[in-house]
Design a protein around this ligand. Structure first.
Ligand SMILES: [Zn+2]
Length: 229
């Protein structure tokens, strides 16, 4: 595979036995991948990409705002977000994998000396899950009363592309673990959004009018979560 730079955009070029050229923007980093026919000349490809730069940048921007874009190593000094606030991660050595403390602007994570970034991430995610579990039941109960719907259960998952889902048949609501990193009103918005699905399954005008009614500022919060659409 060849790498070419076109107007500051790095493009992976793959020649294949195909008839047409295909351009894709790939998650999680928004890299540009082009599959081109074997015989296509490079200047033709560059010309094609130049014509698509605006589209490429738009989609890269969108991907960068997806829930799991931020790939942290959980090293000492890393930025950690909790409920929309920025903290500095401080690793402290412990004999066994242990607790997490939030003191001032610091998140103190007690871990073994040889812990891996995956282990630290897992530890942090468990903590995020607990923080969400402390908020979600109240939010759901409150909005079930307001919206006059009844959900059955909820769960928390680290999802790649969605902030929440609602199974209208089982009435189970699934919420993204990453919401613990965002401002509290983001969690509120996703809870309301999923509960409104119990009234209206699709994102149509009816759905939007319910949202306007139950959470008037929802469009602003949606933009904050997903970027301009
Ligand atoms: Zn939805």
């Amino acid at each position: 595979m060849k790498q070419i730079i076109i107007h500051n955009v790095s493009v992976e070029l793959e020649k294949k036995r195909i008839k047409n050229m295909y351009l894709r923007i790939l998650p999680p980093d928004g890299r540009v991948h082009i599959s081109a026919p074997m015989k296509m000349r490079e200047d033709e490809i560059i010309h094609f990409v130049e014509g698509k730069l605006e589209w490429i940048r738009y989609h890269q921007d969108k991907i960068s705002r997806r829930p799991t874009h931020q790939q942290l190593q959980y090293m000492d000094g890393d930025s950690i977000f909790i409920w929309g606030r920025n903290y500095r991660l401080h690793l402290k050595e412990a004999i066994s994998r242990g607790k997490i403390e939030v003191i001032g602007d610091e998140v103190i994570l007690y871990c073994k000396k040889d812990s891996t970034s995956e282990q630290r991430e897992k530890q942090m995610n468990q903590w995020y899950k607990k923080s969400l579990e402390a908020e979600i039941p109240f939010l759901i109960a409150r909005y079930e009363q307001i919206i006059k719907v009844q959900s059955n259960s909820y769960n928390i998952r680290d999802m790649k592309t969605r902030w929440g889902t609602c199974n209208t048949r089982t009435k189970n609501i699934c919420l993204n673990l990453q919401l613990a990193k965002k401002a509290p009103h983001c969690l509120e918005y996703v809870v309301v959004h999923e509960l409104v699905h119990l009234l209206e399954r699709s994102h149509n005008a009816v759905f939007k009018s319910y949202m306007d009614h139950f959470l008037p500022e929802w469009r602003k919060i949606k933009k904050e979560l997903n970027g301009a659409e």
